[in-house]
Write a protein that binds this ligand. Sequence first.
Ligand SMILES: NC(=O)c1ccc[n+]([C@@H]2O[C@H](COP(=O)([O-])OP(=O)(O)OC[C@H]3O[C@@H](n4cnc5c(N)ncnc54)[C@H](OP(=O)(O)O)[C@@H]3O)[C@@H](O)[C@H]2O)c1
Length: 250
Amino acid sequence: MTKTVIITGASSGIGKALALEFAKRGYNLGLTARRVDKLKELQTQILALPQAHQSFVELAAMDVKATDTVGPVMDDLIARLGKVDIVVANAGVNQLTGVGKGQLDIELDMVQTNLLGAIATVHAAVAYFRKMGGGHVVGISSLASLTAIPKQAAYCATKAGFSMYLDCAAIELKKYKIDFTKIMPGFVKTDIVDNMEQFPFLVTAEQAAKEIVDQVEKRKSVGVVPGYPWKFIKPLMSSMPAGVWKYIKH
Ligand SMILES: NC(=O)c1ccc[n+]([C@@H]2O[C@H](COP(=O)([O-])OP(=O)(O)OC[C@H]3O[C@@H](n4cnc5c(N)ncnc54)[C@H](OP(=O)(O)O)[C@@H]3O)[C@@H](O)[C@H]2O)c1
């Protein structure tokens, strides 16, 4: 039976590439973001794919920072889709920031989006999956959750917090047949920050999406993307010397 996936932050970058990759594999899609014009363009692109011409693609305007609206928007989208098997909490923002440099508003915006918005998304998904007797939640965290990076204090904190939330929820919800996949990308070329080219082992959003969907279809509990070389570096990340990061441009 055709599976259905909801993706937050589907208007660009990894979320958009995930939508296209799931569509190529025959999934129905519920796509959300704030920029609905971008979602409409993506819907047209998806429905033109030969593999997706029979897919449903439903759209919803969702601002995950408005946490009290996430559940109702998700419920309405699920009602339009009929049923949902997978929810991907992908929406996120990042910016290089300096601690104590007058950028508290930017840091709090990251917390509101990447942590509180992501938690609200997981909540809404789990509330539905509890009723359905099972489901699959995918959280897009980051390898930045494992290591302290200068000019990324707020971002790393949000991703460490979200990773821990996913890990706790996975244990708590196992008995309800709700699976969790925590995805930890390295560096993926998107618009999330400028100067992405300066970062090592950079991959395209399309490559990242292929690897992420492979991990999701295997129902892996943790996926590192790209797998090579990050899965070999990951065990060392909590003891990375600070000097490694001194070349980040600000
Ligand atoms: N790129 C990387 O190297 C990298 C590495 C590790 C983890 N990640 C994570 O991957 C995820 C996707 O990032 P990306 O690189 O694809 O960035 P991106 O191209 O900037 O895409 C971010 C997406 O999140 C959505 N978004 C942002 N704020 C939102 C809000 N308040 N409500 C709803 N949607 C919102 C944006 O849509 P609208 O603006 O239309 O709302 C957009 O679709 C993020 O969680 C990011 O932290 C990325």
